[in-house]
Write a new protein. Structure first.
Length: 647
């Protein structure tokens, strides 16, 4: 796992010293991603400089050093990630007389590109990758991002200079570029708690989207192509699902998952697994334990607040599998220690509150191992999120009443503040008293006020429902969640929710969170459930293999039950949340008060002051506005950490 960065200047016959210095500035910002070594390749005549920071995982010798030049001299590569199919590719290359130097996957990739071309090579890559490749013959720079968006890659074109990097901080370090905020992207952030690709917080800077390949030639023309398209795979799977018996499909999935885990256990440094005690992480851990000749290392995070604490479940799974288990309990003081550093790690506003325990479990894990496997992806592929069940129930119930009636009921509920609705709940006996009734009724009201299931799902996902009214002078950057053709090609609502989450929430929230949290401590995180072969297998399964008898992730459960007793797994899904709504009224209150100060907001002239202050005061009074407020707080913390950015 590494960090990459580079510059392509068009029509410049500059000396190598300015380019060398510029790219060194950029890669120096990525030292946390690759603390083991730094490398730079410069072609002053072509105007290209490519930099690399290395975290040595495979082939720890100098033959794994990057940037790396192919044996024929045509291609130069800098690469972040791991490819788990490199041994098969190397064997096939040998038949053509090509023998990569050393044993690294990098050497295999660059030689394969030289032998077969970029497009044919990338189809054979199983793994996670963000690749920068310079074709010296055609003077063409090529950027490639893996199929699911596991590894990040940013790029921008400014006045004849093309910049790219693993993180935005690398682009910010490039001499001569002054970043300017994109208010439209900020508006999208206020809805989602992340900035959706291809946008970034900066004007003119984009995220390379998942499964995409970008080419930029010597004249500066940029072209995009997609080498893997999830939508096509989903449509094909829906049109022609597997007709095999359930037992055969489970066996196929079992074998594929075992192979995906086995490939990701190859490492020249110590490795372990993140274990929450849920289905996905328990399955990955069980498959690792099954294929290891020694006890594996497992790591968990717990909370003193019982309703958020999964550590006891993880402990039982670890005991059953005989792992070396380590756990850490998160306390409010840990959040206070971390919040000021989050903007530096994420580079742009990011407000998934589980970023705090994720950062802590990665820090804990790195003290013991260098590589870790996680269970991310299972919820999207096998319909595991509670919101899928809620979305289906809400839409089905909403359809029982005519739309005008639903709209009137919604207005009546929304006219009541959440604090008053919570007070009504307190009048009920404790066994019938739903927690946070006010906020739940408001969510329900917002959902039933809409006459389209996709609009309802967008509303369920939204932290601020009208973000353009919160970010001044903005027009929200919108993407595939608003694409009306999706409902036509993916007609089933559950399928559609899963698909939309996989192409938006998964790469832009979940995988971003894990990448930044792990790489800040030079920990490589691998995600076997997101092996693209597993993804394709899941979408080839009929929906009954995912949800059955009210139980989600049915197929994954069957694979897991072969290895872990059912009674250790069966319980309501908790998620990886944190009690930050309580923390904002307690240990984080002073921090939040500073960032939400009315005069501060007015000086910035970026956010609408009144609705933010209204929700903050309401939250302090007992209502639950934690999620939308956390968005504003993370945006404000990011602005505080980046005073040089023009608002």
């Amino acid at each position: 796992m590494c960090g990459i960065a580079g510059i392509y200047r068009f029509g410049h016959g500059t000396s190598d010293l300015p380019l060398q210095e510029a790219v060194d500035f950029m890669t120096d910002t990525l030292g946390h991603r690759g603390p083991d070594s730094r490398g730079t390749w410069v072609d002053p005549v072509a105007g290209v400089a490519i930099g690399h920071r290395r975290l040595a995982i495979r082939d720890l010798s100098p033959t794994g050093h990057q940037p790396m030049v192919s044996s024929c001299g045509r291609f130069v590569i800098a690469y972040n990630g791991e490819v788990y199919s490199h041994l098969e590719i190397a064997r096939d290359l040998a038949q053509y007389g090509r023998h990569p130097r050393g044993t690294s996957d990098t050497a295999v990739i660059v030689e394969a590109c030289a032998e077969w071309g970029v497009e044919r090579t990338v189809q054979r890559l199983i793994g996670m990758f963000a690749i920068a490749l310079f074709d010296r013959e055609r003077r063409e720079l090529i950027l490639i991002r893996d199929r699911l968006g596991i590894k990040p890659l940013y790029w921008g074109l400014f006045d004849g200079i093309f910049l790219f990097g693993s993180e935005l901080k690398a682009l910010r370090a490039a001499p001569g570029w002054r970043p300017r905020i994109d208010r439209n992207a900020m508006s999208a952030f206020m809805r989602h708690n992340y900035i959706p690709a291809p946008h970034s917080i900066y004007q003119g800077v984009s995220k390379l989207e998942s499964g995409c390949l970008l080419r930029i030639g010597p004249g500066g023309a940029v072209t995009h192509s997609r080498f893997w398209d999830l939508r096509t795979i989903v449509e094909r799977g829906i049109a022609s699902p597997s007709r095999a018996r359930d037992e055969e499909q489970i066996e196929q999935l079992d074998e594929l998952l075992g192979d995906a885990v086995r490939r990701r256990m190859v490492s020249d440094v110590p490795l372990g697994t993140l274990l929450s005690g849920g289905i996905d992480s328990s399955l990955v851990t069980a498959l690792m334990a099954e294929q290891s000749d020694r006890p594996i290392n497992t790591f968990s995070i717990g909370f003193s607040e019982k309703e958020y604490d999964e550590a006891p479940y993880a402990r039982k799974i670890a005991s059953h599998l005989g792992t070396h288990h380590t756990e850490l309990y998160v306390e409010p003081r840990h959040a206070l220690d971390l919040v000021d550093r989050l903007p530096y790690w994420y580079d742009e506003p990011f407000a998934d509150s589980s970023q705090i325990p994720t950062a802590m479990v990665c820090e804990l894990t790195r003290r013991h191992v260098t590589v870790v496997l996680s269970g991310d992806g299972g919820d999207e592929l096998f319909a595991g999120y509670n919101r899928y069940t809620l979305g289906l129930e809400m839409w089905n119930k909403a359809n029982l009443a005519p739309y005008p009636v639903r709209r009137a009921a919604a207005r009546a509920l929304l006219s009541q503040p959440t604090s008053r609705l919570d007070a009504l709940a307190r009048a009920l006996p404790s066994r019938w008293r739903p927690p946070q009734l006010g906020s739940k009724l408001h969510k329900f009201a917002n959902a039933i006020s809409l006459d389209d299931p996709d609009a309802m799902y967008r509303r369920m996902l939204s932290h601020w429902h009208e973000p353009d009214q919160i970010v001044l002078g903005s027009r929200e950057s919108k993407g595939i969640l608003w694409d009306p053709t999706v409902s036509k090609s993916i007609p089933d609502f559950l399928d559609r929710m899963q698909f939309l989450d996989t192409v938006t929430y998964l790469p832009d929230d979940i995988l971003t969170k894990v990448d930044r949290a792990s790489m800040r401590v030079a920990l490589e995180a691998r995600v076997p459930l997101l092996d693209h072969r597993v993804v394709e297998c899941a979408w080839n399964m009929p929906q009954r293999m995912k949800v059955r008898d009210g139980s989600s992730k049915w197929a994954l459960r069957q694979v897991l039950y072969k290895r872990v007793p059912r009674d250790l797994i069966e319980r309501p899904k908790m998620g990886f949340g944190v009690p930050f709504d309580q923390w904002l009224r307690g240990p984080l209150r002073d921090w939040a008060e500073y960032l939400l100060d009315e005069r501060r907001l007015q000086r910035q002239d970026l956010f609408a002051v009144a609705p933010i202050r209204e929700r903050w005061l309401s939250h302090l009074g007992g209502a639950n506005w934690g999620y939308p407020l956390w968005n504003v707080l993370m945006a404000q913390a990011w602005i505080e950490a980046n005073p040089q950015v023009d608002l």
